[in-house]
Design a protein around this ligand. Structure first.
Ligand SMILES: Nc1ncnc2c1ncn2[C@@H]1O[C@H](COP(=O)(O)OP(=O)(O)O)[C@@H](O)[C@H]1O
Ligand SMILES: C[C@@](O)(CCOP(=O)(O)O)CC(=O)O
Ligand SMILES: [Mg+2]
Length: 398
């Protein structure tokens, strides 16, 4: 079976408010970032299925005839775990990413002839740092494999060099990406894959998505403490704490919910009336409140406290974003904040050993990049092993 080549890309995300609470049915406000994950799927003819995942040093190939023999009797995920020799104890970075790929690949192609192909994934997002790298990876896998299998059509040309799918195709991509997130997160809310699929800023509540079409332009700093952590472990930690202290923790989740709703109200006001210092004061207070609530949930970290302290010394307010326990924090920049202050804050954060950058928010969701558009995925300083890809022909049949 010959499949269609394609190059897809999906954005990372920042959660403004509502991380963890969203897993327990509360509101989250999330926004896509201008840092993305790219996936190149190439049909091959050597009877193998290969994955190149340079961000996590994973390069694997399976012979399709051997794999095919493994695939009939029990539940697919269990069979794939057995096939890879996995137990819960060794579900590390590489195994989770591999299992996610194999799960979607086998689910989409397993009832027919398995296609020979190579999937290469490269990301501008730090892995496991709270910016939704797992969701961007799952969204890219879902889009590329659904497209290759013919389950969704080639996307329609959007701008010069990108093309995008229809609403119902995006819904299918999102539902498969959610399954990928289930493998990586254990019990995901679905907010990350939803932002990765649709992009923009949205309100997410129990699977319901409300895109916020009019949002003020907000500037934020992202700081990666580089303290490694796993979303799956942190989500499980919060659940344990809720089970241990329900009368204490349930009101905490309700308070986070109220923080998210209040923030949404302020953001909406900021699109309807002239933006004032009072709007920003409220946004800053909400950030401080939520950071304390996340500490109560048990997902803080001394490095994140440091981000809050260093930025507050310059009058700027920060909170963790994503699962916490390390990873990234966000800092709100006020419109009047002098660029010299921003630069010196960034320098102070870098002096702590953190990575720090200013970002624009609200990038587009998953799309396909026309292979006719000569697109170079450049090497980054951290992923020297990834080859430059210079892609020659066209991925769209439209
Ligand atoms: N570029 C990538 N290539 C392969 N796997 C990835 C990539 N980015 C993320 N992953 C998978 O996602 C996992 C990190 O997910 P998670 O702990 O949820 O952190 P994040 O906050 O970045 O989403 C990694 O362990 C890996 O399995
Ligand atoms: C903690 C949580 O709310 C967000 C996790 O985001 P990330 O994997 O840390 O980028 C979990 C979820 O919503 O599934
Ligand atoms: Mg994740």
């Amino acid at each position: 079976m010959k499949v269609r080549d394609c190059l897809v890309s999906a954005p990372g995300k920042a959660i403004l408010h509502g991380e963890h609470a969203v897993v327990h049915g509360k509101v989250a406000l999330a926004v896509s970032l201008n840092r993305r994950t790219y996936l190149h799927l190439k049909a091959t003819s050597d009877g193998t299925v290969c994955i190149n995942l340079p961000n996590i040093d994973t390069f694997l190939c399976w012979n399709l005839s051997e794999e095919a023999g493994q695939r009939l009797d029990f539940d697919l995920l269990k069979r794939l775990r057995d096939f890879m020799g996995l137990t819960n104890g060794n579900l590390d970075t590489s195994n989770m990413a591999t299992l996610t790929f194999l799960y979607i690949y086998m689910s989409l192609f397993g009832s027919g002839e398995l296609p020979s192909l190579k999937v290469s994934v490269w990301s501008e997002l730090p892995t496991g740092a709270g910016l939704g790298s797992s969701a961007a990876y799952s969204v890219c896998l879902a889009a590329a494999l659904l497209c290759a299998s013919g389950a969704i059509p080639a996307p329609l040309k959007e701008w010069d060099h990108t093309c995008r799918w229809h609403q119902e195709d995006l819904e299918l991509i999102n539902s498969w990406a959610f399954q990928g997130e289930m493998i990586i997160h254990g019990n995901p809310s679905g907010v990350d894959n939803t932002v990765g699929t649709w992009g923009g800023m949205l309100r997410f509540l129990a699977g319901k998505i409300i895109p916020l079409s009019r949002v003020p332009l907000i500037r934020i700093l992202l700081t990666n403490t580089k303290v490694p952590r796993s979303t799956k472990v942190l989500v499980a930690r919060v659940k344990d704490r809720i089970n241990k202290f329900p009368p204490i923790m349930i009101p905490v989740l309700d308070t986070v919910d109220a923080v998210s709703s209040t923030c949404e109200k302020v953001l909406t006001e900021m699109t309807r009336e002239p933006i004032t210092g009072e709007h920003y004061n409220t946004l800053e207070e909400l950030i401080d409140i939520n950071q304390h609530l996340l500490n109560v949930m048990g997902v803080g970290h001394p490095a994140l406290d440091m981000v809050c302290r260093v930025t507050l010394a310059k009058g700027l307010h920060s909170k963790l974003t994503g699962a916490g326990g390390g990873g990234c924090g966000i800092t709100l920049l006020r419109p009047e904040t002098d660029s010299a202050i921003i630069q010196s804050t960034m320098q102070d954060l870098k002096d702590c050993g953190f990575d720090c950058w200013e970002t624009s928010i609200g990038g587009p969701g998953v799309h396909c990049i026309l292979l006719s558009y000569t697109f170079v995925l450049t090497q980054t300083q951290t992923h020297d092993s990834f080859p430059q890809i210079l892609l020659p022909s066209n991925c769209s049949s439209s």
